[in-house]
Ligand binder design. Structure first.
Ligand code: BES
Ligand code: ZN
Ligand code: ZN
Length: 462
C-alpha cells in the first residue's frame, strides 16, 4: 500500500527523487548527500548505494511519468525480497508515478507454487515522506488493487476459472458501496434466448454465466449509464474449428482479458467513488469441441433476433459479445464500450505494446480515450470504422456471418459487433497487450490487467 509517513525511520530503505539539488533528510548518513551530488552531475537516470542491508535509491525527476513508473520497476528488481517497507522522498506527480510503478511491479502470481512463501516479496508499505492529496493516494491504491484482481483472473487457468467461478469472483465486489452484482445462470440465459452465448457453450461441460455489475452512486453526473462489456471466454480452443497452429492455444486461458478489464474497471470506479452510473456486462463460457459443440454452417439466432451463420467456431468472442451488446440496448446507455481479446489481426497489426480502438461514438470520446491511454501508458491506436467493411460480414443465408474476408479481420469483427448496439459505441481489441509471454517492466509477465488504468483515467475525467 502506498501511504503517507511523517518521518523516515532510521536504516529504512529509501528512494530519493532528485530534481536539481539534494535536500537533507533526517537520519541519513552524510555519505548519502555526497552520493546524491555525484548522481545529480552524472547522466544516470537511476542509481543506488547499499549501506549494509539498507538500499538508498536515487531517481532523477522526469516529467515523462512513464519513465518514473519504469524507475519504480527498477527499484523492485533491485530491492531485497525481504524488504517490508520503502520510503520515498520527493514531490509531485512524478513521485506518485514512481510509487505506482513500484506498486504495480510488486505483483506476483504464486498461487500454484509449493514454495510460494519463499518466493513472495515482503514489501507491504510504500511510504511517502512528502505531503500528497489523500484522495490521489487512495485512488492509486484502489486502482492498483483492481489491476491485481484483473491480473489474477487472467493468470488463473481453466482448471480453476470456469465461467461460474468467474461470476463468483466478480460477486466478491459486493462489499463495495453502491455496487450490485447479478449473475444469470444457464436457465436464465436460455429464457432470455441469448443464442450466441448458448451456442459457444454447447461444447462445454461447464455452464455459461452472464454477470451484470451495476455501480450507481447517489447523484451520478450521467442520467443514462455508461455500459462496459467484456469478453469472458475463459478458455478458447477454437471449438470444432480447433486452433490450427502449434502453440496457439497455450495462452488461451487469457481470452477473458476483456472481462477482467471491464469487471476490474467498475470495481476500481466503485472503490474510487466516481460520480458516474456504470454497468458492466460479462458474458462468459469456455469454447471447446465436443459431441454437441456448435459447428461451421450452423445458423444461430441471437438475443436481439439477428441470425448469424457460423463459418468459424474460433470466432466465438463476437458470438457471446453480440448478445451482451444487444442486452445493453435495454439499459438505454449514453455510451457503450467493449474490451475483448478478439482477433489475432489486432496483434498482427500493432503487436503487444498497444490496443486497437475503433467506434461510431463521437470522435471527441475516442480522442479522450486515446488521451487517457497516453496518460497511463496503455496506448490506443485508432483504426477506421467505415461502413463498407460491414459488407464482409453479410451472409447469403442469414443476417450476418461470423467471419469476414481475408483482410482487416480486426475491423470486420468490430463491424459485426456494431450491428448489435444502438447507442454510441467504442470497441477495444486488447488481444495484444492483455497477456505477455515475458516481462515488460511494471506490466509484468502473464496477465497485465490492461485497460483498467486506462478506463479509470477516462472515467475520472469524463
Ligand atoms: N481469442 C482469439 C483471438 C486472439 C488471438 C487473442 C491471439 C489473443 C491472441 C479469437 O477468439 C480468435 O480465435 N479469433 C480468430 C478469428 C478468426 C477465426 C475470424 C483470429 O483472430 O484468428
Ligand atoms: Zn477464438
Ligand atoms: Zn477467443
Amino acid at each position: 500500500m502506498i501511504k503517507q509517513s511523517k518521518s523516515y525511520s532510521k536504516n529504512g530503505h529509501i528512494a530519493i527523487v532528485l530534481d536539481t539539488e539534494f535536500k537533507s533528510i533526517e537520519n541519513l548518513p552524510d555519505i548519502v548527500a555526497e552520493q546524491a551530488e555525484k548522481f545529480l552531475s552524472s547522466d544516470d537516470k537511476t542509481d543506488y548505494i547499499k549501506l549494509g542491508e539498507q538500499f538508498i535509491f536515487f531517481v532523477k525527476k522526469n516529467d515523462e511519468l512513464e519513465k518514473m513508473r519504469v524507475a519504480g520497476y527498477e527499484i523492485r528488481k533491485t530491492l531485497a525480497k525481504s524488504a517490508e517497507e520503502i520510503f520515498i522522498s520527493g514531490e509531485g506527480a512524478e513521485t506518485l508515478a514512481l510509487a505506482e510503478g513500484l506498486a504495480l511491479s510488486n505483483y506476483q502470481f504464486l498461487k500454484y507454487f509449493k514454495d510460494a512463501e519463499k518466493k513472495r516479496y515482503q514489501l507491504k508499505d510504500i511510504s511517502l515522506l512528502n505531503t500528497f492529496d489523500e484522495k490521489a493516494i487512495s485512488r492509486l491504491n484502489n486502482t492498483t488493487k483492481a489491476v491485481y484482481w484483473s491480473r489474477d483472473m487472467v493468470n488463473e487457468p481453466l482448471s480453476y476459472l470456469t465461467a461460474p467461478q468467474l461470476a463468483k469472483e466478480i460477486q466478491s465486489f459486493e462489499h463495495v458501496d453502491n455496487l450490485k452484482v447479478t449473475v444469470f445462470d444457464k436457465k436464465k440465459i436460455e429464457e432470455l434466448k441469448m443464442g450466441g452465448l448458448l451456442a459457444v457453450n454447447l461444447g462445454s461441460v461447464d455452464e455459461p454465466t452472464f454477470t451484470i455489475v451495476e455501480y450507481k452512486p447517489k447523484n451520478p453526473k450521467n442520467k443514462k449509464p455508461i455500459v462496459l462489456v467484456g469478453k469472458g471466454v475463459v478458455y478458447d480452443t477454437g471449438g470444432m474449428s480447433l486452433k490450427p497452429t502449434a502453440g496457439s492455444m497455450d495462452l488461451m486461458k487469457s481470452d477473458m482479458g476483456g472481462a477482467a478489464c471491464m469487471a476490474g474497471t467498475i470495481y476500481a470506479a466503485a472503490m474510487n467513488e466516481l460520480d458516474l452510473h456504470i454497468i458492466a456486462l460479462i458474458p462468459a463460457t469456455d469454447n471447446r469441441p465436443s459431441g454437441n459443440a456448435y459447428v461451421p454452417g450452423d445458423v444461430i439466432k441471437m438475443y436481439d433476433g439477428t441470425t448469424v451463420e457460423v463459418l468459424n467456431t474460433d470466432a466465438e468472442g463476437r458470438m457471446i459479445l453480440a448478445d451482451a451488446l444487444a442486452y445493453s440496448n435495454e439499459l438505454n446507455p449514453e455510451l457503450v464500450i467493449d474490451a475483448a481479446t478478439l482477433t489475432g489481426a489486432a496483434v498482427a497489426a500493432i503487436g503487444q505494446k498497444a490496443a486497437c480502438v475503433m467506434g461510431n461514438a463521437k470522435q471527441e470520446v475516442i480522442d479522450d480515450l486515446i488521451k487517457s491511454g497516453y496518460n497511463v501508458h496503455e496506448r490506443l491506436a485508432q483504426f477506421p470504422f467505415w461502413d463498407d467493411y460491414a459488407e464482409e460480414v453479410k451472409s447469403s443465408i442469414a443476417d450476418l456471418k461470423n467471419l469476414g474476408g481475408k483482410y482487416a479481420g480486426m475491423i470486420t469483427a468490430g463491424k459485426f459487433l456494431e450491428h448489435f448496439v444502438k447507442s454510441p459505441y467504442v470497441h477495444l481489441d486488447i488481444a495484444g497487450p492483455a497477456f505477455l509471454g515475458s516481462t515488460d517492466n511494471y506490466k509484468g509477465t502473464g496477465g497485465t490487467g490492461t485497460g483498467v488504468r486506462l478506463l479509470n483515467n477516462f472515467l475520472e475525467n469524463y
